[in-house]
Design a protein around this ligand. Sequence first.
Ligand SMILES: [Zn+2]
Length: 623
Amino acid sequence: MLKSTLSIIASGLFLISSCTTKAKKTEQPMSVHDSHSYAKPEEAVVKHLHLDLNVDFDKKQLSGYAELSIETNGKTNELHLDARDLTIDSVWADGDATTFQLGKQQPYIGSDLSIAIKPTTKKVKVKYSTSPNAAALQWLSPEQTAGGDFPFLFTQSQAVLARTWIPIQDSPGIRFTYSATIKCPANLMAVMSAENDTTLHNDGAYTFKMPQAVPSYLMALAVGNLKFHSYDQRSGVYAEPVTIEKAAYEFEDMPKMIAAAEELYGPYAWGRYDVLVLPPSFPFGGMENPRLTFATPTIIAGDRSLVALVAHELAHSWSGNLVTNATWDDFWLNEGFTVYFETRIMEKIYGKEYADMLTVLSMGDLRTTIKEMGPTNKDSHLYLDLKGRDPDDGMSDIAYEKGRFFLTAIEEAVGRKRWDDFLKKYFAEHAFQSITTTVFIDYLNAELIKGDKALAEKINIDAWVYGPGLPANCPVITSPAIQVAEDAAKSFLSGAKKASEIDSKDWNTHQWISFLRTCPANTSLAQMEELDKAFHFTATNNSEIKCEWLMLVIESKYKQGYPALEDFLCHVGRRKFVKPLYEAMIAKPDGKEMALSIYKKARAGYHPVTTQTLDELLNYKQQ
Ligand SMILES: [Zn+2]
């Protein structure tokens, strides 16, 4: 997932590869407790899922069957699945009707769906339907789409939401292959995180196959009025017809990115790589659903300045999808590696200066996060302890950015060549496995550090992984381009330069972001007016620049910007943008009223992931 304030995730019972230093794909897995799942994979574990679902937009409901192929320990008489807000109609074991029990529903993790099986049972079939409020599903009315003519459905399964649309063992340590038959209205196209055939079927019937084993949080489905644009034989983009042309232009470097990624860390393992551009209510930047990244349209800036997100989601094809965090406590293994890898892809295609510019901005975010957390907060350790908490609580800059700087620190200590060789081998030897932080550290010690005490001291694994804040060996990255923008802001603020005197004609998005971030909360109304007049921030369509500007609009009470603020919040549901804007509003003495008044209008257009966060933030109760 691309950085957003989404928090962390699951735990449950799942399998991780054993802790030997040379993990092999065939090794017998051992089970670990995942406190966010009811699965008991050491007794009976899902190996393949077949879905047969009907998509009903009127009822906002998926209904049909999930057929699970399982492997048992030869002794158990129960299969435990995760279910939340599902209506279970009936269950069969190897063709015979069988009994089931749905446990009491708990917050976030839902219910234990316990199914009576025999020790020899191979297949379990569940007839079920979803709730209109299923947290993974967003049902959009035509007005909530870019085109405005057809409804749209999309899923977001990470972290523990797959169980709200599929009865499954919903833990990142359990992997299975899947196939699906999806029936939707005849004029719409269905796509999944699987093999898609890119054309509209007139009968609305689609079949899918996912031959590589994936964890449940990568289950994904979208249904809507979609068009496909192909780049080459293995990559392309899906979007609503009104968006497809802009999207196709924006992501044109995708084939180059795939080639760059393969050069760095080995062959792409998933066949096709496509991107699906969703309507603006998608709560995240992107979601790395295998073969089909789901992406927010807010990265379509018209100048390809925000495509690092595609590099990020593509990088997940290695870190996350191929080698997966075994528990959500190990989330940094997914995201820290991915941000590091994303930066390497960006550097390869756009050059080191460009990549450094992005890194410097991220370092600013990370330092802010760490400052807010305080010097001893255990949530600023890379390895987290999320037991008993909402898994959505752990997604912060720590996993993403502190994780990335840890890997950059190792690269600085051993040199790029040696580090790249290590990473290539790491991905190859742990492909299609879910691993823990301990497994990674053992492997790092065995394959890279190899008993070299001076090197171990230089890297200082413990300080990074089990300590707070940023260790002393955190790499220092600088960017002259960012410096230029910051200096310009300072000379404007001090009165040394007028806005119209700033030479910004060659500036990119990232320079504008750092310019605006340099402007303090107490930027005067006269200065705000002058900036707006010179640079038209209120009118910009670049969502990143707009969000930075709107933060200033709120802080400085620049009323001319209020209609744009409301308009933005009523059209964009990406949590990375909307959460800080609402936070800034309610931090003002009289801002809560304004926040609630906008939220009442905007809420219906947000995904449940976003409304859950904002309901809590604004103490909002639905009437
Ligand atoms: Zn990510």
